[in-house]
Design a protein. Structure first.
Length: 355
């Protein structure tokens, strides 16, 4: 721990002159702190906002932490009243409870003396009394009134099956394009890479026609199968497989190993880092996909999480507190996959020739 701390907090100025800060130290720290805020600031804002009430989300200017106005029960009133620090007519500040607001003025009473006549206070002369409050019902309510587990299972099924099939199909194509010599191999790879420039909106109509003709409309397999072959995955795996020595495969053939055994027992284990990178990409793509499942699935019980969340976005009312909470929940599986496989990213990308 001491070595790590000394490495993090070391300064160029202390190495050059024995003391003080060099201007590069200041620029480096500003750059790192700024990058940290840019990278993790939105995620922290999302997590904290998921614990806010609808009223807190509508506040301007917005706050990062989930604050809520304090309320107090006053005799003679059925509902709790909101507390304010109000500026009284004599210039003093007093903690009052709001009965009602009429235009630019608010009628307020002293919670300690509810029998006193109400005081008329301008809304600009009051400040709400707020406290840190986490609205945990934003997470519990969707589990009760929202078919969350059904949508979760659909998303897990689509993501896992699509990722497994993607790894198998792309690795087979990459194995053929990297280790077999045949006429047109470079042209085939060029055509595969050219499909990266074709957006989904261009092929959406013919793809929908094919899915409908195969009877996969309103079927989770209709979401999985059209996107299992990805040019990005073929390129990453092919570039990594090119680093595997051909002599290793020739030795396996001399030992009478079949092509399937070479692929399954030699090539795939050696390509594990690149497969892990592609698995991370595939999980993120499939888990966050919204447009294609929305087109293919029209039955509510088949919705994935991303499509199911659109239920909270009505024509006249958007329940942002539920959407933010469920968005945080849907982020957890992707983050866990990244944490477990992130150590393969550097190895896989470096070995695939990407810069």
């Amino acid at each position: 721990m001491s070595r790590a701390a000394s490495f993090i907090f070391r300064r160029r100025g202390s190495q050059m002159h024995g003391r003080g800060w060099h201007w590069t130290d200041i620029v480096t720290w500003l750059w790192l702190i700024g990058g940290l805020i840019v990278m993790f600031g939105p995620a922290l804002w999302l997590v904290f906002s998921s614990f806010k009430t609808p009223a807190a989300l509508a506040e301007f200017p917005p706050s990062i932490l989930p604050y809520a106005s304090q309320q107090v029960t006053v005799a003679g009133h059925d509902q709790p009243l909101t507390l304010y620090d109000a500026k009284m007519p004599d210039g003093t500040t007093k903690r009052m409870a709001e009965i009602r607001r009429i235009g630019l003025f608010s009628q307020m009473i002293d919670p300690a003396d509810p029998g006193a006549p109400p005081v008329r206070v301008n809304i600009d002369d009051r400040q709400p009394v707020r406290e840190l409050s986490f609205a945990t019902e934003n997470y519990t309510e969707p589990f009760v009134h929202f078919d969350f587990f059904r949508y979760l299972w659909n998303s897990v099924f689509v993501t896992v099956m699509a990722t497994v099939i993607t790894l198998v199909v792309n690795s087979m194509a990459a194995f053929a394009l990297s280790k077999y010599e045949f006429r047109g191999r470079s042209f085939a790879m060029l055509i595969i890479l050219a499909t990266l420039m074709v957006p989904l909106s261009v092929i959406m109509v013919p793809l929908y026609s094919i899915i409908s003709s195969l009877g996969l409309f309103n079927n989770l397999w209709g979401v999985i199968l059209p996107t299992v072959a990805t040019p990005t995955g073929v390129f990453i795996l092919r570039q990594y497989m090119l680093t595997i020595p051909d002599e290793l495969l020739d030795a396996a053939r001399m030992d009478k190993a079949s092509e399937w055994q070479i692929y399954w027992r030699i090539v795939l284990p050696l390509t594990a880092p690149a497969l892990a990178v592609l698995a991370i990409f595939s999980v993120v793509w499939r888990w966050n996909d919204f447009l294609w499942p929305l087109i293919v699935l029209s039955r509510k019980e088949l919705y994935t999480l991303q499509v199911g969340l659109s239920i909270y976005s009505g024509e006249l009312n958007v329940q942002w507190h539920f959407i933010l909470a469920m968005t945080v929940v849907t982020m957890i599986p992707v983050v866990l996959v990244f944490i477990f496989l992130q150590r393969f990213i550097t190895t896989g990308i470096a070995g695939s020739g990407l810069k």
